[in-house]
Design a protein around this ligand. Structure first.
Ligand code: R5P
Length: 318
């Protein structure tokens, strides 16, 4: 495998790329990814990729525009260097939350970004817990959307809870499919927070639909950004009698002071994945990072060997 596969990393998450490479038993491929004096992205691929199966690991997390441009420019460089196939490995696909025109005169950024990646020259995309499954259809190339669920459910705090004591909670109506799938997998109850977004940065939990009194609650969601949805949901769950509140959120965007707000909230433990690198400033005792490197390593090896990856999709929210 070593000669025909190259795994490149952008600057968004080199630690995750390194872990993936260790598992595949290859070295991260050499590339210069820096900036010109005026801030433009400068890329130079420093190995021959002619005829190779190439993977570029880059989350489009903050700084979102910088990381997105790096990804596009790396793909362009690899295409012009005659790579045989380029897979954009995007553990966290940003700009996904604007996925429909829900008000007049707003963009659909998820579609725009999909077009940009397509047009840059990617041949396929490998991602995880897309904000909405239908974003796969925004691309004209194959997209594999992995799920972090197995990594979360392997975690000791969750594994040790008796299913009869557990209730899986969706922090809003939009997340119900994924919560239902977790509840089914765990044999646990299901509840929903009736949330209202007051402004782009704050939400209010109105009611809880479902039985949570005396239970251990597990809130599941794709993104924690400001933390408002989660913190408000946890507050309401404790108010209605939940004994403990855990959260399993795939992508730790953790914008603004979200890490501090989580630390001072009713949440007992927040699990996130390493789809987005957690900076030192955002590390808190309640925030635990679960690696999805093995999931991506397995998927990359299967794609490279033209093997089915449906074995990794034993969890499809419906
Ligand atoms: C909403 O549809 C998403 O699934 C998340 O619930 C939301 O993006 C979280 O945002 P915040 O942490 O700012 O409340």
């Amino acid at each position: 495998m070593v000669n025909s596969i190259s795994v490149f990393s952008g600057n968004s998450n080199p630690d995750l790329c390194q872990k993936i490479c260790d598992m595949i038993k290859v070295k991260p491929a050499p590339a210069l990814i820096s900036r010109f004096s005026d801030g433009e992205v400068r890329v130079k691929i420093e190995e021959n990729v002619r005829g190779k199966d190439v993977f570029v690991v880059q989350s489009t997390s903050s700084p979102v525009n910088e990381n997105l441009m790096e990804l596009l420019i790396m793909i362009d460089a690899l295409r012009r260097a005659s790579a045989k196939r380029i897979t954009a490995v995007i553990p966290y696909f940003g700009y996904a939350r604007q996925d429909r025109k829900d008000q007049p005169r707003v963009p659909i950024t998820a579609k725009l970004v999909a077009n940009l990646i397509d047009n840059a020259g990617a041949n396929r995309v490998l991602t995880m817990d897309l904000h909405a499954g239908q974003i796969q259809g925004f691309f004209d190339i194959p997209v594999d959307n992995l799920y972090a669920v197995n990594a979360f459910l392997d975690y000791s705090s969750i594994k040790s809870v008796n299913s009869a004591d557990l209730v899986v909670v969706s922090p809003d109506v939009g997340g119900i499919k994924i919560a239902r799938a977790y509840a089914k997998r765990l044999g646990a109850g299901l509840a929903i927070v009736d949330k209202r977004r007051v402004s782009p940065d704050s939400t209010e939990a109105m009611h809880i639909l479902g039985e949570v009194d005396g239970k251990i609650a597990l809130i599941v969601d794709d993104i924690i950004a400001t933390g408002s949805s989660l913190i408000e949901g946890a507050r309401a769950l404790k108010k209605f009698g939940a004994k403990k509140v855990y959260a399993a959120i795939s992508h730790g965007v953790l914008s603004k002071d979200a890490a501090d707000r989580v630390e001072n909230s009713d949440i007992d433990e927040l699990l996130i994945t390493d789809s987005i690198a957690l900076s030192e400033e955002k590390k808190r005792s309640k925030i635990k990072v679960i690696s999805v490197a093995s999931l991506f390593a397995e998927a990359i090896q299967r794609i490279h060997l033209e093997k089915s990856i449906s074995i990794l999709f034993d969890f499809v929210p419906q």
